[in-house]
Ligand binder design. Structure first.
Ligand code: V47
Ligand code: SF4
Length: 401
């Protein structure tokens, strides 16, 4: 990896220094709670924090302290680099056999005339719209439609691969996969192998929600359980596919549930090293069966991202998904441990606009993404799905990695 201006501009150098220094200052603070001092020392020593310590961070860590620790870790891992990619989504259908209480997007199968169902030709039409455009990833995700089965999606993947082999095909939540494999009467390994042969290259992180049984029973009772979600990702990792992990937070779960969720991910990552990135997803409350629950505050969001960065020491990247958080809040998260903003999207997803996100037609040009990142004092780096660096967009020059 080379960059035309590998020397940091002076302001970025001072910026980088100031975060280490603010951590040193924090350690000198005589009023700092001894539990927080112990955790800060662990971070400096690169020691893993315990589940109890993570709960303590949620309970008594204020955002200045948490941001300092999360930034320190983020800069140890990635310096000032902040990643994004050029991608678009295909949402084959919003018809779904499940009825998750938080979902604003799906239409039950019995009311399928209110939803959409795309044919292979219609989806290939979307893919062909990007011919001659430098997109690197298609993200395929949607509802669970009983007629869209494993063979249907193998045909779709094969068609995309044939038409545009260089486009990385990331697709299907563990929820969609579990349903497809059970219907096809295949084991998870057999089903994933079949999709992999057809062209699937990695899995997105959706469907994880909160792993705890009692919470799942209240918000998404009928779909795959937490162990099943983890098993599908474990199986994908053993087949050489990478994946992401999400956590839907800010609804009825407690801090202990969030830590339990991240603990299961941290344990699986120790085993497989297959997760590329973790994406906390803030619950949005418009037009769903949980609309009576207020959305989390910005402070709570900052804390959750920062604690994820501190706790998940073995997952390399932390993503703020801007279509859900809104571009300005996602930009702020670049100071709470985040080093990835996902992609250009090109107004190709409806999941969050329908749930009340301020991003009603999510689309950002590369230039707009770079500006958001640079305004936060970071260096924009265009990546592919697997975090290979493609272009470093420094403020003075642009270099091909
Ligand atoms: O599993 C649904 C979430 C997920 C709401 O891997 C909601 O790169 C908040 O996982 N409020 C699907 N969240 C999307 C997803 C995703 C998105 C972007 C990138 C990646 C990746 C993965 O959306 C669902 C669910 O957790 N969701 N409804 C809502 N009202
Ligand atoms: Fe279906 Fe996914 Fe919505 Fe649940 S979150 S109802 S599985 S589309």
């Amino acid at each position: 990896m080379t960059t035309a201006n590998s020397t940091l501009p002076l302001y970025q150098f001072y910026y980088y220094m100031s975060h280490s220094e603010s951590l040193q200052e924090l350690l000198q603070d005589k009023n700092l709670d001894p539990r927080l001092l112990t955790i800060a020392n662990k971070v400096i020593q690169q020691e893993r924090i315990t589940d109890e310590e993570a709960i303590t961070l949620f309970q008594i860590g204020e955002i200045g302290y948490l941001g300092t620790l999360a930034n320190y870790i983020r800069e140890q891992k990635h310096g000032l680099k902040t990643y994004f990619n050029r991608n678009f989504h295909i949402e084959p259908t919003n018809v779904c056999v499940f009825s998750c209480a938080f979902c604003s997007y799906s239409r039950l199968y019995k009311h399928r005339e209110d939803g959409w169902e795309l044919s292979i030709d219609q989806m290939m039409h979307i893919v062909k719209k990007y011919d001659h455009q430098p997109v690197t990833e298609v993200h395929i995700v949607g509802g669970v439609h009983p007629k869209m089965d494993l063979d249907f999606f193998c045909e779709l993947l094969n068609s995309i691969k044939k038409h545009r082999p260089d486009l990385h095909r990331k697709g299907f939540t563990a929820v969609e996969l579990d349903y497809m494999f059970r219907k096809a009467k295949l084991t998870r390994k057999e089903g994933l192998e079949k999709l992999q042969q057809a062209g699937l290259q990695s899995l997105p992180g959706g469907g994880a929600e909160i792993f705890d049984h009692s919470i799942r029973a209240q918000i998404c009772a009928d779909k795959i359980d937490g162990d099943g979600w983890l098993d599908i990702h474990r199986t994908a990792h053993t087949l050489g596919m990478h994946s992401n992990a999400t956590m839907l937070y800010g609804h009825i779960e407690s801090y202990a549930h969030r830590v339990d969720h991240m603990s299961k991910l941290r344990n699986l990552q120790d085993e497989t090293k297959g997760f590329n990135c973790f994406i906390p997803l803030k619950f949005r409350n418009q037009d769903n069966d949980m609309s009576h629950i207020p959305e989390s505050s910005v402070i709570e969001d900052c804390k959750t991202y920062a604690i994820a960065r501190i706790y998940l020491d073995n997952i390399p990247h932390l993503k703020a998904y801007w279509p859900m958080l809104g571009r300005h809040q996602a930009q702020m998260m670049l100071h709470f441990g985040v080093n990835d903003l996902d992609g250009t999207i090109d107004d190709s997803t409806k999941i969050y606009s329908m749930a009340g996100s301020e991003e009603q037609n999510p689309s950002l040009s590369t230039q707009e993404l770079c500006s958001l990142i640079q305004q936060a004092g970071r260096i924009p780096v265009e990546r592919d799905t697997l975090y290979n660096e493609l272009i470093i967009h420094s403020s003075e020059t642009e270099s091909i990695a």
